[in-house]
Structures are given as C-alpha cells and as structure tokens.
Design a protein around this ligand. Sequence first.
Ligand code: HEM
Ligand SMILES: *[C@@H]1O[C@H](CO)[C@@H](O)[C@H](O)[C@H]1NC(C)=O
Length: 330
Amino acid sequence: MFMLGNTKMGSASSFSKFCLTLLLLVDVLGSTNAQLSTNFYSKSCPNLLSTVKSTVTSAINKEARMGASLLRLFFHDCFVNGCDGSVLLDDTSSFTGEKNANPNRNSARGFDVVDNIKSAVENVCPGVVSCADILAIAARDSVEILGGPKWAVKLGRRDARSASQSAANNGIPPPTSNLNRLTSRFNALGLSTRDLVALSGAHTIGQARCTSFRARIYNESNIDASFAQTRQRNCPRTTGSGDNNLAPLDIQTPTSFDNNYFKNLISQRGLLHSDQQLFNGGSTDSIVRGYGNSPSSFNSDFVAAMIKMGDISPLTGSRGEIRKNCRRVN
Ligand code: HEM
Ligand SMILES: *[C@@H]1O[C@H](CO)[C@@H](O)[C@H](O)[C@H]1NC(C)=O
C-alpha cells in the first residue's frame, strides 16, 4: 500500500516521487494510446473502409495499374519523414515538395484517385480522416483487389504540414542501388533485410519507364538474354529516346499480386538493377528462393512488413493536422 498518511521525515519527498512516477506512467500510457490502432475511426467514421474500398475498386476497374501506383505512393510516403501524407503535397512558395523529387517526377501517379477517395471520405465524415491514413488503406485495398493478401490496417496517422524534396531524393533508394545500399536504407528505418525482400515483392505489379532499366538491359550480364532482348525492343539504347516507354516489372502477371516476381529473379528476369540485386549470389538469395517456392510465406511476410512500414514515424495525438485537401496544408 502507498503510505500517504506517513508523517515521518522524508515522506513529502517520497510522496512527490510517487506523484512523479504516476505522471510518468500516465505519460507512457498516453503515448501508447497515441499509437496506431486498427479501430481508430470505428466511432468517428464507421463507413471509412467501405468508402475507400469502393473508390479504389472503381479506379482499378478502369485501369489495373492504378493499384500498383497507389501501393507505391504509400511506400514513397513512408520512406520520407514517415507515413505522414507528405508525398501528396503540391509545391508551394514556401517549400518544394516531394512530387518533383527524382524518384517521383514523371513517375509517381494516382494523386487524382487519392483526391477522389478524400472527397468521398469527406462526404461521409468531414474533417476526421487523414490523407496519410487514406494512403495506407488504399495500398492495402489495392493489394487485395489485385489478388494479394488482406490485412487489418493500423490507423491514426495525422498529416504533415510540410514536405521536402531533398528528403525524398535521399530517402527513396534509386534503382541503381546495390544490395548494400538497399539494406542499409531499410535497416535505418527499422526494416530488416527480410522486410526488404518481402516488400520488394510489390514489384509483382506495375510498370517502370525505360529510363529506370535501360542500363540493366543493355549493359548487365546477370540478365536472361532473351528477356533483355524483349525489353530492348521498346527501350532504345540512346538516352533521351523512349525514356518514358513502359514495361511491366513482372513479365509474367503484371496485374496480379502473386509471387512471380521472385520466380523472375531466380531466372534472372528482374527488370530493375535493384530487383536483381536481391538474387545475385548474395545473402538474400535464400529468402528469394523461399518466397519463390511458397506464396503463403511471401504473403505473410509481406503483410508483416507492410504493417512495419506503416508504423514508420507517424504523426499522432495533436501533432500535424487532418488536411481538408490532400494537396495542401490547411
Ligand atoms: C527496394 C527498393 C525499391 C526500389 C529501388 C524501387 C524502385 C522502383 C522504380 C525505379 C520503379 C519504376 C518507376 C518508373 O520507372 O517510373 C518502381 C515502381 C514500383 N514500385 Fe518500387 N522500388 C523499391 C521498393 C518498392 C516497395 C517497398 C514498394 C511497395 C511496397 C514498391 C512498389 C512499387 C510499385 C507498385 C511500382 C509500380 C508503380 C506503377 O506502375 O505506377 N517499390 N519502383
Ligand atoms: C553501358 O556502359 C558503357 C561503359 O560504361 C557506357 O558508356 C554506356 O553509356 C552504357 N550504356 C547504357 C545503355 O547504359
């Protein structure tokens, strides 16, 4: 029992120590409450998930690639100052945002779909749901709609009031990265090497531009010769010609979320230099083989890694804001 009635010398100081402990405890519990949770909007916006899902579904029905684009936006958001919706901000006179950073310029897409989701959500619960959370839900829905696993998304992120082009240039690894560079960036964000391989399985859907894989298909030797030839047909050798011509990241099933990405790597048909780095005689070969052999182990590791990625430095509590328009701070 606490000795509140104790009148001995020193009791005042032990009482104040007790109060301090209580305050610290409340503080810890408070910050625990400020963490993300799967039921964050269950009272404030009960129809949130169905509202997002129907907009994502119609966007993917119109264009299957949009699922890939939405998944990638979530990655590009989380890897730059955490999952805070910063990638969605347009440039302003006070900051140059992330949309025109190297990894995003002429490449990141789906912003209009995010706007549509946000409008639909604002119609049912105005001023409640963050753009950062909308990205997390849209990414989850995209994976599920394209045939991948489904998981409970953690929510409660708030939106950044700024964005940084240089943070995006430094935060998202380029496709020229070697394995060391990839693992060190993922590890710096608390993601393991296994998470890196699992998350890279996102390249089972979507497209890349010629400029992202030209050097690989003309100059590298760890590539299947007939695959290289196929890709060269629509990606001219000379820089500046056909730079934006597209090719699927997964040559087999580019609109299905499956484990063919890993089978491609095993047969030296990774499209990006960074893809093939994961199966190039190094420490991650065995992980790639494991996912290539077992869709279920890929799926469960992918889900775990997506949840970890979604936990990167969220703004919670009273930090940040709930943006009204995902492109602008309030
Ligand atoms: C491991 C490091 C990664 C690198 C170096 C990388 C690089 C790239 C590049 C260069 C493209 C093509 C961009 C273009 O040419 O326009 C791309 C596309 C894509 N990336 Fe990654 N990526 C990585 C990890 C991830 C992760 C972790 C995810 C999601 C979990 C992801 C999801 C996607 C998707 C879905 C596309 C296709 C987007 C579309 O079709 O619009 N990537 N990535
Ligand atoms: C291939 O490598 C050579 C020698 O490093 C370089 O000059 C050339 O630009 C590269 N070609 C492509 C398509 O990257």
